[in-house]
Design a protein around this ligand. Sequence first.
Ligand code: UD1
Ligand code: CA
Length: 454
Amino acid sequence: MKDLMAIILAAGQGTRMYSGLPKVLHNVAGQPMLDHVLEAIEALEPSKIFVVTGFMGDVVRDHVGKRAICVTQEKRLGTAHAVKQVVPYLENFDGEVLITVGDAPLIRTETLRELIKRRRAHQVAATVATTELEDPTGYGRIVRNRDATVRKIVEEKDTNIYEAAIQEINTGIYVFDNKQLLAALRLVRNKNAQKEYYLTDTVEILGRLGGEVEPVMGEDSTETMGVNSRAELARAEAYLRHRIALSVMEAGVTVIDPDTTYIDKQVRIGRDTVIHPFSVLKGRCEIGEGGDIGPHAHITDSVIGPRSHTRFCCIDNAQLGADVTVGPYSSIRPGCTIGDNVRVGTFVEVTRSEIGDNSDILHLSYIGDAHIGERCSIGTGSLTVNFDGKRKRETTLGDDVFLGSKTSLVAPVTVDADMRFPHNAVLTGDVKNDAPKSAKKAPVKAKARPKKKK
Ligand code: UD1
Ligand code: CA
């Protein structure tokens, strides 16, 4: 948006979080609160975004990177003082300024857009997002003029009993005409209960200067909630979780029980996939179409191909092909690439390995640092002995290898293609398939399985 700049106030410590982490870096639905706010603002394409940092400013700055200009507020003297740190960048700017707090992570772009639209349409000095709360404790109260514009905002600690009873509160999200904001900021004083320079005082000042402030009341008071404690963090999480589940469903995914399903914001899911209860999809996941995820699938930063079925399992930093089944009770650990039509069954752990298309590892196995070819069958209880106490060593199986039950692959070991072993074999070094071609058994193929129809 042309003629728009945005400021996010994020210098506070968040005392009531009792944390070593700056408040705005606490996660909600898999990403820091600040990132949610940044995303909502970035969608407006303002010409510049500023983040005011203070407590652990270097950590916040590193996190923000190139997404915004970080401006330091050395002493936390209040929200107006925080905005003043950005004034040098605003001096010659002829436009409007969106100001939000970094601890209101649920704010949607549409709500910000509405504030801008209304300010432009009515040519007021500022618009402020308000909402009505059953219990307004802790928030600044909105005192209106007869014509319904905002006369002033009174902070909780400065209220009289009449003001304290007002249920319309300040969400801390505003759009100002820049010139009028700068004029008002110059007049803010700190004569109040907290001896702070309140940004909220600019409202009354603008009135004195002949400007009007229009309230934009949101129906959904949770969207603008501030997170000041861990309990509020959990409330924000639950709310956002439902919002994400809803958007996933709108895109053609079945979520059987949104109350017990946890999907992070960056997760992408294909149509007609069913997410069963108690599933947790974290970080950057891409789930294909027509699959069944869960019940009880815990998937982090992974790609799962179409029509795959993963239940009662953990999958972390892995790539799975199409028509794969995993579980119950199995773990795919980081660094795995699993081909199409692979079956990983019950009590199987796979780590740092590649499994070729159409291979089976169905019962009680550990496969680590291995390259398994296509159409291999790993018998019950087989495992890689990949660690000698000092080094991890690799296992390589050619295509069409059949391992009987309880095979030990003592790494380093390389097994030629088309070989078949009875149960209890211990294989190590180079295992060559040097039988004459005519004497070779026909390769054991994993039985072709009918493709799942959806
Ligand atoms: C503020 C508003 C209040 C509103 C509420 C909405 C003021 C004076 N009060 O109160 O009317 O109802 O938000 O959530 O503005 N910050 C700085 N520097 C400072 C002080 C604060 O950057 O010197 C930042 C904080 O990091 C936080 C935001 O400003 O992100 C709001 O500060 P906070 O102390 O949480 O204000 P509230 O008391 O919640
Ligand atoms: Ca707050």
